[in-house]
Design a binder for this molecule. Structure first.
Ligand SMILES: NC(=O)c1ccc[n+]([C@@H]2O[C@H](COP(=O)([O-])OP(=O)(O)OC[C@H]3O[C@@H](n4cnc5c(N)ncnc54)[C@H](O)[C@@H]3O)[C@@H](O)[C@H]2O)c1
Length: 239
């Protein structure tokens, strides 16, 4: 089991992609701490749920401290918590802009600022930022979301350099999923989803487990020479 004895933290781990990633990591031998501000929607062996709003800086620091106290170390961090508040730029409210920046970008910084240096001090680790096909190509009505998803790619590339500066193997990568069947797509009309499916080379949207398997690969030593990369998992989509 390639994640045997690893301690993995997954934000937004209560449902959707975070659930698929948490369950997959646990099935590969990891002890997983799923962090979320919403209730856990499933039960899985070796997945412990803890309540956290990633926009709360002080709570992130306390959560980091308590996980290290309880588990001894963190080997894997998946920055997965994310939201959308879509609107055309001319109609986007300050709240829509601020909320998405706060969760999708500030939230990633709030935990990683502690976990990255911790991994450096412990001798290694793997950090995965969940970006999006929208962060690579942009998308109408998603200026806020696209900006954050491009931002987490830049953070991954920066942290890949910063945390490995002393030669310690802390690897930091981003995954850019295409449209994947989770609650986040609830507000997207079916005809638009069909259109997105037709824009992929495979002619369909992704299932959460297809993103989770890639996260598991990047988290594991199988990916020991991969860092500072964006892995597109989008069925060959071009927006
Ligand atoms: N589903 C897709 O099509 C798709 C495509 C590309 C990227 N993504 C990204 O994948 C990630 C997971 O999305 P999903 O599809 O599973 O969505 P989802 O809405 O099903 O799950 C998101 C989770 O994040 C949690 N969350 C939101 N704000 C939070 C906060 N402040 N603190 C802690 N947790 C918070 C939610 O409670 C929820 O459990 C997101 O970053 C999303 O942008 C999703």
């Amino acid at each position: 089991m390639r994640l045997d004895n690893k301690v993995a933290v997954v934000t937004g781990g209560a449902r959707g992609l975070g659930q698929a990633i948490s369950e997959r990591f646990a099935s590969e031998g990891a002890r997983v701490i799923a962090l979320d501000m919403g209730e856990l929607t499933y039960e899985a062996k070796n997945v412990e749920f803890r309540l956290l709003d990633v926009t709360d800086r002080e709570a992130c620091k306390q959560m980091f401290d308590s996980i290290v106290t309880d588990y001894g170390r963190i080997d894997i961090l998946v920055n997965n918590a994310g939201i959308t508040r879509d609107a055309m730029t001319r109609k986007m409210t300050d709240d829509q802009w601020d909320q998405v920046i706060d969760v999708n970008l500030n939230g990633v910084f709030n935990l990683t600022r502690f976990v990255g240096p911790h991994m450096e001090a412990m001798g290694g680790g793997s950090i995965i930022n969940i970006s999006s096909v929208v962060g690579v190509f942009g998308n109408i009505g998603q200026a806020n979301y696209a900006a954050t998803k491009a931002g987490v790619v830049a953070l991954a590339q920066t942290w890949a350099k910063e945390f490995a500066r002393k030669g310690v193997p802390v690897r930091v990568n981003a995954i850019a999923p295409g449209y994947t069947m989770t609650d986040i797509l609830k507000t997207v009309p079916q005809d638009l989803l069909d259109k997105f499916a037709a824009m992929t080379m495979l002619g369909r949207l992704a299932e959460p487990h297809e993103i989770a398997s890639v996260a598991s690969f990047l988290a594991s030593d199988d990916a020991s020479y991969i860092t500072g990369q964006v892995l597109s998992v989008d069925g060959g989509m071009r927006l």
